[in-house]
Design a protein around this ligand. Structure first.
Ligand SMILES: [Zn+2]
Length: 654
């Protein structure tokens, strides 16, 4: 699960891994398993990951699990002794991080095995028992941070200075001390921990309602097909080429949600109340500050993003005008935003071809990077192909001291190629960080995780563009690049703006209701899409869209999609330019700085990591570069369309 405020956020280092694996899924869960999936046993070994690198057999896993279960209680003997000497602090941290490491190994094995076939019972049981062990560990280590916090910070720092072996734990200790102003006395912490159990109530009720209980409407499409419009079917059918079908789908889906507006308002209000509780009891000035404190991100970064996007709305409006032109519409409406800009161009890739293209496209990162990735491709990092029962989507994970693992459902489309580049970005980040960092700083912050992956997507699409001459294929690639920038920079920031608005409303003591959440959502959406300027009509019914977005329960999370894209666009552009113009005498300082960031894991704060790589996220400069890329993409698309001199490219009008 994603962690919210409260106890979970103050939990062990293990949380970082769990949060990261999920982040990637959120972005890429749209890939569906092919209906013609093979049986796993019919797939060649070279297209499967090798879980034997974790444990030679299931029996070894079971033995390791039993050993770990016996060792967890060992932690208790250090309780009350952390402040005695540098050596006793060191001994406790060594045991805690070693247990954490073994636990991540057990979990990754069980989760991965289960993902090979989600129907299989035994791996599910293994997964469950790894989760139980994680809870046991989390509870057995829950006293460590409070005990460190009760020590004099000067004493802790002196321990680190005196005992060289504490160096790998310095970041963990400093991170713990940084929380001191927001940590309460023992009795209050107990109350806060109890209250923490209530924090997911809103999100859980929303989840049950939207995933199981909502009576989703049935619609009949022009093809004669009847569809039950749940969230997944809505996101599929909003892309339909037939405009009347899109209208039906829009009205039915949002009309259905609208009847639950009051309930949905109450579930979101419950989540916001837990954020307010956290803010008040831990002495933060705002819910935004409380949420961003976890990764030490200054709230100015968030506000800056909103201001930058507002300033750049003309680029979004230009995009909307281009979309209207390409679809050949007289009036563009919100319902027209998800039809693919270019009817799919027949670009197909074999898995081996996709590997070769990815390696070639990433050449600007240097031979060391591509050699390591190539070796990874050849040695069981990746589970490539869809098979019956396999988990859908794509993600990357890894185990320290072993190697990264990535799950794909490669179906041969451009999207699948791009996903390979994306997940390989995460995996190489993991690989480089694991190689350079000790275990306690080997996991990287979420704020930079999606930089490494989207950076590779950017290199890939420019590589493809450099080698694609025909107009139709260029339009397809440019449209893909453009839609990525539009949905990430603008849509995620639109979400972030709404999220800030309703939190501020609650901070002012105003009630949150379904009705006023809808009013606020519609106002922001209309401003973004230029409704009053007749750029794009936004129907009144869109007001309820917030009710189907689960991310509003994640406590100021979505803005990171936009900031990651901004950072990676700026970094990738610098590295590409350097590779093209490089004079051997000058070397590749931008590439080296970027690789250095990947190697740094979480040894520094996210803001500092990015700054050292060459992007200062407290300024507008990187954002402006991303908008420049968006405008350059539209320049070329318009040139192609002018040359073709036919405004209707591929889609029928109605
Ligand atoms: Zn990702």
């Amino acid at each position: 699960m994603l962690t919210g405020p409260g106890v979970a956020r103050y939990g062990g280092a293990f949380m970082g891994r769990t949060r990261f694996a999920l982040l990637c899924l959120l972005v890429l869960d749209m890939t569906t398993t092919s209906a013609h999936a093979k049986d796993r046993q019919d797939i060649q070994a070279r297209y499967k990951w090798n879980l034997a690198d974790l444990y030679p057999s299931e029996a070894d896993w079971t033995k390791a699990k039993q050993d770990l279960g016996r060792r967890i209680p060992e932690l208790a003997k250090f309780r009350g002794h952390l402040g005695k000497s540098a050596q006793s602090l060191l001994a406790a941290l060594q045991v805690m991080f070693e247990l954490d490491h073994q636990l991540s190994r057990l979990s990754v094995y069980a989760n991965s095995l289960s993902d090979e076939d989600v129907r299989a019972a035994r791996p599910r049981e293994m997964k469950q028992s790894a989760e139980e062990l994680a809870t046991q560990f989390s509870s057995a280590s829950s006293w460590v941070r409070p005990e460190i916090l009760a020590l004099d910070p000067a004493k802790v720092r002196k321990f680190v200075a005196d005992e060289k072996k504490l160096a790998p734990y310095r970041v963990y200790l400093e991170e713990t001390l940084r929380r001191k102003p927001h940590t309460l006395g023992a009795a209050e912490e107990r109350v806060a921990a109890e209250a923490g159990d209530l924090e997911h109530a809103g999100s859980e009720i929303h989840g049950v309602l939207s995933n199981a209980d909502l009576p989703y409407p049935l619609v009949k499409l022009s093809t004669g097909e009847s569809v039950r419009l749940d969230a997944a079917a809505y996101s599929l059918h909003r892309q339909d080429r037939n405009r009347a079908d899109r209208d039906r789908v829009f009205s039915a889906f949002f009309g259905g949600l609208k009847t639950y507006e009051r309930t949905m308002g109450a579930t979101l209000a419950a989540a916001v109340k837990s954020h307010l509780f956290e803010m008040r009891v831990r002495h933060f000035d705002s819910t935004l500050q409380a949420a961003l404190f976890q990764d030490n991100i200054p709230p100015v970064v968030y506000k800056q993003l909103l201001a930058d996007v507002h300033r750049s709305l003309p680029a979004l409006h230009r995009y909307l005008a281009l979309r209207k032109r390409m679809l050949g519409l007289d009036v563009l409406r919100y319902q027209d935003l998800y039809v693919p800009l270019v009817a799919s161009v027949d670009m197909r890739f074999e898995p081996d071809e996709a590997r070769a293209i990815t390696l070639d496209a990433l050449a600007p990162l240097g031979k060391e990077y591509t050699d390591a990735l190539h070796a990874g491709f050849e040695s069981g990092w990746t589970d490539y192909l869809p098979s019956t029962g396999k988990r859908s989507g794509a993600y990357s994970t890894g185990v320290y001291g072993v190697h990264p693992y990535q799950l794909l459902n490669f179906n041969g489309r451009y999207d699948d190629l791009s996903t390979l580049a994306h997940e390989s970005g995460h995996s190489m980040h993991t690989f480089l960080s694991y190689a350079a960092q000790p275990y306690p700083t080997a996991d990287y912050p979420i704020f930079v995780a999606e930089v490494a992956s989207t950076f590779n997507e950017n290199l890939l699409i420019h590589y493809m563009l450099d080698r694609t001459k025909d107009d139709a294929s260029r339009l397809f690639l440019l449209g893909t690049l453009l839609d990525g920038l539009r949905t990430t920079l603008f849509r995620q920031t639109q979400f972030a703006e709404f999220e800030l608005a309703f939190h501020e409303q609650a901070e002012r003591g105003e009630p949150l209701t379904g009705e006023n959440l809808s009013a606020s959502y519609l106002k922001i959406a209309r401003e973004y899409y230029g409704h009053d300027k007749h750029v794009c009509e936004v129907d009144d019914l869109l007001a309820i869209e917030w009710a189907y977005v689960p991310h509003f329960y994640y406590d100021f999370y979505v803005y990171q999609y936009a900031t990651s894209m901004v950072a990676s666009t700026s970094l990738a552009r610098a590295v590409r330019q350097e590779a093209q113009t490089s004079d051997p005498a000058r070397g590749r300082p931008r590439r080296d700085a970027y690789l250095n960031m990947l190697r740094s894991g979480s040894s520094k704060y996210a803001m500092d990591l990015l700054k050292e790589a060459g992007v200062d996220m407290t300024t507008s400069a990187p954002f402006d570069e991303a908008i420049a890329e968006m405008n350059a993409t539209m320049d070329e698309m318009e040139r192609i369309l002018d040359r073709q001199a036919k405004p209707t490219l591929s889609a029928p009008k109605r």
